[in-house]
Design a protein around this ligand. Structure first.
Ligand code: P6P
Length: 339
């Protein structure tokens, strides 16, 4: 598909790849496209209306819910439910998964969606880019019956599609259906996404590392050893430290320039901070589809068997060679593995 095709044209052209020829997945991606445009509009004017600050509530993570978190969650849920193309949704902002029932169409849908509606939301008030992350699976329980928890607790290697929207200096939708990674940039003047980054590839190597070094003293020894390696004067090192505090933005920059993102375990976060199902698995699927790598420091991220909906895992993700070097440092300390 040539550059500057629209997302709609791309989805139609890409239809040939989908074994699920019914076009439901295309309609699903289209509903995400619409929700992305609505959320983008609000994110871009967040500073202008009384939508900043806490929503006065907290989510299951115990994190203060920003109004835009709540708003983004409502928009994506509404779009997905109205189109009746999914049978269940799990969201960072919902304590439990949501069963979509009602019309036969919704009940017979074969897909479930897991979503982090607005990742990096602590950046909203300081005008730093945030993102939405989504992950799509085919249900494993009997079609036509209400979804079960097991429909959501699938290994990342079972994902049908995954992607993110980054609300940055421009708004981009980047996604994969297992046939490579493609990036679409929104032209806000006409509300259309155009194919601006076809067939995105993670550089095999890079010179950027993204981690919150403020927690250095709490990190496991393998991470401390790797950070010292990154900072050593040798070859193309020291590397550059770049950490936005927004996974989608750090991941996106590293995929374009080369780099590694790490959110490890620490004494403050014994299982890590990032959630397996709607942050790490979709980003790991994208990373691998772009030739990169993702693990928990020890095992492939996409092979981890989930045990609960909001489970957290340590996350190492980015340029293949960089992740492999970091894993070598981690594997000197097998006792630090969480699996
Ligand atoms: P810390 C945002 O809350 C997030 O989930 C990621 O987007 C980001 O990379 C990370 O947490 C930032 O966490 O502990 O460094 O502030």
């Amino acid at each position: 598909m040539q550059k500057n095709s629209t997302l709609g044209e791309f989805i139609i052209g890409n239809q040939k790849h989908f074994k699920y020829a019914a076009g439901e997945l295309s309609r699903l991606i289209n509903s995400i496209r619409l929700a992305a445009k609505v959320v983008n509009h609000e994110v871009n004017k967040a500073g202008l209306v009384d939508i900043l600050g806490d929503a006065g509530d907290t989510n299951i993570q115990g994190e203060d819910q920003q109004k835009l978190d709540v708003y983004a969650n409502e928009i994506f849920m509404k779009r997905l439910i109205n189109r009746q193309i999914v049978c269940g949704i799990a969201s960072e902002e919902e304590d439990d998964f949501v069963t979509i029932s009602g019309s036969d169409e919704a009940n017979s849908s074969k897909y479930v969606v897991l979503i982090d509606p607005l990742d990096g939301s602590s950046n909203i008030d300081v005008n730093v880019s945030v993102g939405t992350i989504f992950s799509i699976y085919r249900r494993v329980t009997k079609p036509g019956t209400p979804v079960q928890l097991e429909d959501f607790l699938q290994e990342g290697n079972k994902q049908v599609a995954a992607g993110y929207i980054v609300y940055g200096t421009s708004t981009m939708l980047v996604y994969t259906t297992g046939h490579g990674v493609n990036g679409f940039t929104l032209n806000p003047a006409i509300g259309t996404f155009y194919l601006s980054h076809p067939n995105m590839k993670f550089p095999e190597d890079g010179s950027i590392y993204s981690i919150n070094e403020g927690y250095y003293s709490h990190f496991p020894q393998g991470v401390k050893d790797y950070l010292k390696y990154c900072q050593m004067e040798e070859g193309n090192r020291p590397y550059k430290a770049r950490y936005i505090g927004s996974l989608v933005s750090d991941f996106h920059r590293n995929m374009i320039k080369g780099g590694i993102y790490i959110y490890p375990t620490s004494s403050k976060a014994p299982q890590g901070k990032l959630r397996l199902l709607y942050e790490c698995n979709p980003m790991a699927f994208l990373a691998e589809q772009a030739g990169g790598k993702a693990s928990d420091g020890y095992i492939r991220m996409l092979d981890i068997k989930p045990i609960e909906l909001h489970q957290r895992v340590p996350f190492f993700c980015g340029s293949k060679n960089m992740v492999e070097v970091a894993e070598k440092f981690m594997q000197n300390h097998p006792d630090d593995a969480t699996y």
